[in-house]
Design a protein around this ligand. Structure first.
Ligand SMILES: N[C@@H](CCC(=O)N[C@@H](CS)C(=O)NCC(=O)O)C(=O)O
Length: 229
């Protein structure tokens, strides 16, 4: 039976910008699976009601529904043990949890501030009020005041990526010689930016940018195909 992935979409239903969904898209591709995809909007979630989850990603795999990006990654390793491992051991799961919390707080949060208005502008009209209300409450200011895209913010992102830059001196991927779920966690943050905005967020001569460019090409250019005009 085929696998179905539910994602978040903007006004253009091809604008799939959720960082958590991108983590899962890469994780599913890693397993050699091409899922069917469907989308929800923030204010229209009937397609995922069966899962009991208020958020995407959600996958349906036969009769099994799984929600939450990290849970989905664990499920994929359990359900597809013969395909390449995303994490592969309890130790790797524990370490990927650290990468997840680092990426969410030090990378995704910085990128979010750079692109919050681009996200807003790309939303379906029916979602804009919900997004403004929930996100302004979360960040404690107007979206317009919160947005920060300048040299200082780009430098903050650069600084926060220092551990990855140091690691790239000794291995090509966060997971070692080949990419794994830790790489997809970080890539999800970058795809969040790419799918929402035309803004540049990495410096050309940064080794992290080289890693990003390599990741864009993987799985027949899964990431590279995404372009915001
Ligand atoms: N911890 C969850 C977070 C998922 C999440 O927050 N998804 C967002 C899209 S990026 C969502 O569905 N939000 C729905 C809402 O805000 O109503 C995961 O890793 O999957």
């Amino acid at each position: 039976m085929s696998m179905k992935l539910y994602e978040l979409a903007g006004a253009d239903s091809n604008r799939r910008f959720s960082p958590y969904c991108w983590r899962v898209k890469y994780a599913i591709a890693h397993k050699g699976i091409t899922p069917e995809t469907d989308f929800i909007r923030f204010t229209e979630k009937s397609a995922i009601a069966h899962s009991g989850s208020p958020t995407v990603p959600v996958i349906d795999d036969g009769d099994t529904s799984v929600s939450d990006s990290f849970e989905i990654a664990k499920y994929l390793d359990e359900a597809y043990p013969d395909a390449p491992k995303l994490m592969g051991s309890d130790v790797a799961i524990g370490q990927a949890r650290l990468i997840e919390s680092w990426a969410n707080t030090q990378i995704m949060a910085v990128i979010f501030r750079m692109i919050i208005l681009d996200i807003f502008e790309g939303l379906d009209e029916g979602d804009k009020e919900y997004f403004r209300e929930t996100r302004e409450k979360r960040v404690g200011s107007k979206l317009e005041e919160f947005q920060k895209y300048d040299d200082e913010q780009i430098q903050t992102l650069f600084n926060n990526l220092t551990p990855v830059r140091m690691m790239l001196k000794t291995q090509p991927f966060l997971s070692g010689d080949t990419p794994g779920y830790a790489d997809y966690i970080l890539m999800g943050c970058f795809m969040f930016a790419r799918a929402s905005s035309t803004k540049k967020f990495l410096k050309d001569d940064d080794s992290v940018n080289e890693w990003y460019e390599n990741m864009l090409d993987m799985y027949d250019g899964l990431g590279r195909k995404v372009k915001v005009s």
